[in-house]
Write a protein that binds this ligand. Structure first.
Ligand code: ADP
Length: 803
């Protein structure tokens, strides 16, 4: 050391890049810059120390004086090694902190006057405490961070001088250059210790964090690797299985997506879902959900169409070919189709076929589809009470499905089928929403190009669908729906119609579907009439068809059993009961002879017209009116009104004015399990009551229908054709109909009108005169009341001789 000139405070200065040399630190430096080499050589030549100061910006090659930190370290150059590329490797040993006071003029390298730094707060309890803390922290740091070698720790342990200790410790930490420079510039040992302690703590924290991130990443990596491995294995197994069976599932699906033409937005969605699916475990629940969704979209028609044509002549031929009769509905349908053909667009009202079950509403729709070349799909709305049934459930629900509309479109496979919405009147509404609101959207041409199904979660275009609706009862269809409909009524069939339909359509159809040749079974006309009369009781022909089918099956069985493949069968009146068992219904008049208190009304229900028997009996009592037979409010009120009419006519009928105080009246409408309602049985109930009170029977061949007012006027009723058909089915010959229904009578098919004796009535008085079986020449209304009678119930009636 004596060699070195330590007296003078002039030093050659070597700027350092990216490194800070602390006192007591031995470090190798690779020196390439000419100025630095010169400074080193100068120091070596003059055997002086060199001042090592870090430059502020490491990227500058030729730093200026003010680009060099003023605080640095004096160092002894221990070794110089010239490398072949002209650079020098120098081993320097840091000595003391120093500060540049000023630079001296020198062209070759920096020369500066250096002032030695006097350190402050070099001892004291705090300093000792910090030193201890730093030792502990360093131990911890060394444990998690392998950057500090054990030897360094050992040598640190042997350093007592706090200043030297902290400088050595800092020099081994991996800090940024500026941070190290800052520590170098801290002349208070205590502050330097505190800074060092903070750095070490920070480093420990960072190392801990690094460690936990590493382990997290590692476990994640392990997990993904495992999953990847397993799914690869699964794929391999599936491939193996598919090689024996079908192709690879996912690639098949991908191909299907590629092959299917989809609208742009739908395509994007499917691609996204497919991407998701590929990342999933193939057997997982989520994958099934996504898979089903994609399958639904693929199975839906988006562009597929059938070629639609409307040729009115051909349509007419087809309608005639498929259905007997139904002249008015057929004409209306053809008119509707003609308009459609002219406007070339499905706009305007939706067809609604209304009529009792089995009159051919659905099969007419099918024929219309056939005549237009459209596919046919049918959706029954009976019992649909939840909006979600129409619109589907959101995919978030487990087991969610698209709504019935979309499901039907899947079945249709084309975007322009004929869509038959059956039983629109049977939809009901409850807390789960109103399905008819959704249906309105479906049927509205202004809205249905963008029908939103919750499951699909995108718009689907229904504007090319041809909708037809059917209903049994127009009144139960929600009004907003009715508004959009063009109603075509289909009425029940007469016996003759049924005969024709059975022979011309139903029997051939059943023969074919049961595997018979034409003529294998011949249904005799009387046999069919027997089925119509005694085995069915309906406005349509559904049960008739069912019975024919049942006969076909029985015959088929018989044939197989006996092995008589080509035997022909003839179904006659006699053999009917062998095939169908005992008759289910009576045909003919309900009663063998006229009865007191029993009148026949005609009712109209959803399943067509019905005959309705009404009975009245009297008992001694106090004027109570009992009404039974599961009657609705309107019908009960109608009974009250009928009684009030009878009371108002008591005198003229020859009853004591207070007759009702002495008798209880019980009106009953049999078939009590079936609910009945409506006002049209009013005159029938009044007739039944008067008959009971007067003890005059009612003519059994007469049936009647009409609403009664308190004064006995008769108001019109609905469903006239159906009622008249029911009367014919019941073998009634006379029907009393309200006068105000005269214009409806004109619409009743002439065949029906001619087969009955129909009398128009205005007032109840007329009804009584016509319906009661009075002795010839007698009047029901006496001009003078007969006061002598009605003393008690036993002779509460005038002594009318029975018919
Ligand atoms: P709805 O839909 O009115 O309840 P369907 O259309 O189901 O009745 O008709 C029941 C059966 O009766 C079908 O097989 C149908 O072909 C047949 N049918 C009904 N009316 C006629 C008719 N006028 N001509 C031929 N077959 C008919």
């Amino acid at each position: 050391m004596d060699l070195y000139n330590t007296k003078t405070n002039l030093y050659p200065v070597m700027p350092l890049r990216d490194i800070v040399i602390f006192p007591h630190m031995v470090a190798p430096l690779v020196v390439g810059r000419q100025k630095s080499i010169k400074a080193l050589e100068n120091a070596m030549a003059n055997k002086t120390e060199i001042f090592l100061a870090t430059q502020m910006d490491a990227s500058v090659d030729e730093p200026l004086q003010d680009g060099i930190h003023t605080v640095g370290t004096t160092a002894v150059v221990m070794q110089l090694l010239r490398l072949p590329d002209g650079t020098i490797k120098a081993l320097v040993d840091g000595k003391k902190r120093g500060k540049i006071v000023s630079f001296l003029p020198n062209d070759n390298f920096f020369m500066a006057e250096i002032e030695e730094v006097i350190e402050k707060e070099t001892s004291g309890p705090e300093v000792v405490a910090f030193v201890r803390q730093i030792r502990v922290a360093l131990d911890d740091y060394a444990k998690i961070n392998k950057k500090i070698p054990k030897e360094v720790l050992k040598s640190l342990a042997s350093i007592d001088d706090p200043s030297r200790f902290v400088d050595v410790a800092i020099s081994h930490l991996s800090l940024k250059t500026e941070e190290k420079q800052r520590v170098l510039e801290t002349f208070s040992v205590l502050d330097r210790l505190s800074a060092a302690f903070e750095f070490i703590k920070r480093e420990i924290e960072i190392s801990n964090l690094e460690e936990s991130i590493k382990s997290r990443v590692k476990t994640k990596m392990e997990k993904t690797q495992k999953e990847y491995y397993l799914s690869e294995q699964m794929r391999a197994i599936q491939k193996e299985m598919n090689d024996q069976g079908g192709g690879d599932d996912l690639s098949e699906l991908e191909q299907a997506i590629k092959n299917k033409k989809l609208p742009e937005t739908v395509q994007e969605k499917v691609d996204k879902e497919f991407k998701k699916l590929k990342m999933m475990q193939p057997m997982s629940a989520e994958a099934t959900v996504v898979r089903n969704y994609i399958d639904t979209i693929l199975s839906l028609p988006w562009y597929e169409k059938s070629e639609v044509k409307i040729d009115i002549n051909e349509a007419e031929t087809i309608l005639e070919e498929d259905h007997f009769g139904l002249q008015i509905p057929k004409e209306r349908i053809l008119e509707y189709l003609a308009v459609q053909a002219q406007v070339k667009k499905i706009k305007g009202p939706i067809l609604c076929l209304v009529g009792p079950p089995g009159v051919g509403k659905t099969s007419l729709s099918k024929s219309i589809a056939r005549s237009m070349g459209r596919e046919f799909v049918r959706l029954s709305l009976g019992g649909v009470r939840d909006e979600a049934e129409i619109r589907g459930h959101r995919r978030t629900y487990i087991g969610a499905l698209p709504g019935k509309i979309i499901q039907s479109m899947q079945r249709a496979k084309v975007v322009n089928p004929l869509f038959c919405l059956d039983e629109v009147d049977k939809m009901s509404m409850d807390f789960r929403g109103d399905p008819s609101a959704a249906l309105l959207e479906v049927l509205d041409p202004e809205q249905n190009f963008a029908f939103n199904d919750h499951y699909l979660d995108m718009d689907y275009d229904l504007s090319e669908v041809f909708f037809i609706t059917t209903a049994n009862n127009l009144h139960s269809i929600p009004l907003p729906l009715q508004d959009r409909m063009e109603v075509i009524k289909l009425e029940g069939y007469t016996e003759e119609d049924k005969l024709q339909i059975a022979n011309g359509f139903l029997a051939p159809k059943q023969l074919e579907s049961n595997g018979f040749q034409e003529g294998d079974i011949i249904f005799n006309e009387k046999a069919i009439l027997e089925i119509v009369r005694r085995y069915t009781k309906e406005a349509g022909v559904r049960n008739l068809e069912r019975n024919l089918a049942s006969i076909c099956r029985k015959v088929a069985r018989d044939r197989q059993k006996k092995g008589t493949e080509d035997k022909k069968y003839r179904i006659t009146l006699k053999s009917i009961s062998k095939h169908l068992g005992a008759p289910k219904y009576r045909f003919g008049l309900a009663e063998d002879k006229d009865q007191i208190g029993l009148s026949t009304g005609l009712a109209w229900t959803e399943v067509g017209g019905e005959m309705l028997q009404i009975e009245t009996t009297l008992m001694p009592g106090k004027g109570k009116l009992t009404i039974t037979g599961k009657l609705g409010d309107v019908m009960q009120e109608s009974a009250q009104a009928a009684l009030s009419y009878v009371r108002s006519r008591a005198m003229r009928l020859g009853l004591l004015p207070d007759f009702y105080q002495k008798v209880d009246i019980h009106v009953h409408v049999p078939e009590g399990a079936i609910p009945k309602d409506g006002p049209s049985a009013g005159i029938t109930m009044a007739t039944s009551m008067v008959s009971a009170l007067l003890r005059v029977p009612v003519r059994r061949e007469i049936a009647m229908t009409g609403e009664i007012t308190l004064r006995g006027r008769i108001l019109p009723i609905g469903g006239l054709t159906e009622k008249l058909l029911a009367a014919r089915r019941g073998n009634i010959t006379h029907v009393l109909v309200p006068s105000q229904n005269e214009r409806d009578l004109k619409e009743v098919p002439i065949k029906i009108r001619n087969s009955l004796c129909i009398e128009l009535v205005d007032h109840m008085d007329e009804v009584l005169q016509k319906a009661l079986a009075l002795k010839e020449g007698t009047q029901v209304f006496a001009d003078v009341p007969m006061e002598s009678i009605c003393a008690d119930i036993s002779d509460s009636s005038r002594n009318f001789p029975a018919h």
